[in-house]
Ligand binder design. Structure first.
Ligand code: SF4
Length: 225
């Protein structure tokens, strides 16, 4: 038997279940989905975030913003950490395989919740960060939503990423510097160290008067983003 449809919202907008990875990444998707005529209910299910204290901190930030600023309902769903270790962790530093499995675990749970609560539409805030694997996440959302009989709403929110940085800073929201899992924390630490090394090398070249080398290092820094 199919679940009853989520009731129409008092705003007359169409209900949508929005999986959220964190508070800062939720700002623009909520804003732009509302402009499109949807009314998001956020679903929190992120057993990928390690350590536990970091998970709780990000959830706390999201809950405060949803309640005090955005007026969005939040469903705190499953936190299958054992499942994450079984299905995601074995991929370790194979980023494509690891993130695909991680998206699948979280979006499957979001789709289960969407069905349970009678939503027809499902989306995710993972489509805002340029650091996510956009096409992989798109494929996973399509597959999990369709397997659950739901309609995926996939939008490229990445052009709004700078706006989300600005807005979340203005709200004094905590902004994490790694995606969530222990592998991403290690990768981000390496990237930060490499960026520091490149900046030092550029300064050294400038001090030595080697403008060609300095310019080429600066170009590498820019290309890294
Ligand atoms: S980098 Fe992010 S999306 Fe990828 S496995 Fe780690 S927590 Fe999941």
């Amino acid at each position: 038997m199919s679940a009853p449809l989520a009731p129409a919202t008092p705003t007359g907008r169409t209900p949508i279940l929005l999986h959220a990875c964190c508070g800062p990444c939720s700002l623009e998707p909520v804003k732009y989905l509302r402009l499109e005529g949807f009314e998001p209910t956020i679903c929190w299910t992120n057993p990928n975030i390690q350590p536990r204290e970091e998970h709780d901190r990000r959830l706390g930030v999201l809950l405060s913003w949803a309640r005090d600023v955005a007026g969005v309902d939040v469903i705190v769903a499953g936190d299958d950490r054992d499942g994450w270790e079984r299905s995601v962790a074995p991929a370790a530093f194979d980023r494509e395989r690891r993130c695909r499995a991680c998206y699948a675990l979280r979006l499957s749970e979001a789709c289960r919740v969407a069905r349970e609560h009678g939503f027809e539409f499902v989306s995710t805030t993972l489509a805002v960060s340029p650091y996510q694997l956009f096409d992989t996440c798109h494929e996973v959302l399509l597959a999990t939503a369709r397997a659950s009989g739901l309609t995926p709403v996939w939008r490229d929110f990445r052009p709004h990423y700078p706006e989300s940085v600005e807005d979340s800073r203005a709200l004094h929201m905590y902004r994490q510097n790694y995606c969530g899992c222990r592998f991403s924390a290690a990768e981000a630490a390496v990237e930060r160290q490499e960026a520091r090394d490149l900046r030092k090398a550029a300064h050294a070249a400038e001090r030595a008067g080697d403008t060609v080398l300095a310019a080429s290092i600066r170009a590498r820094i820019v290309a890294r983003g």
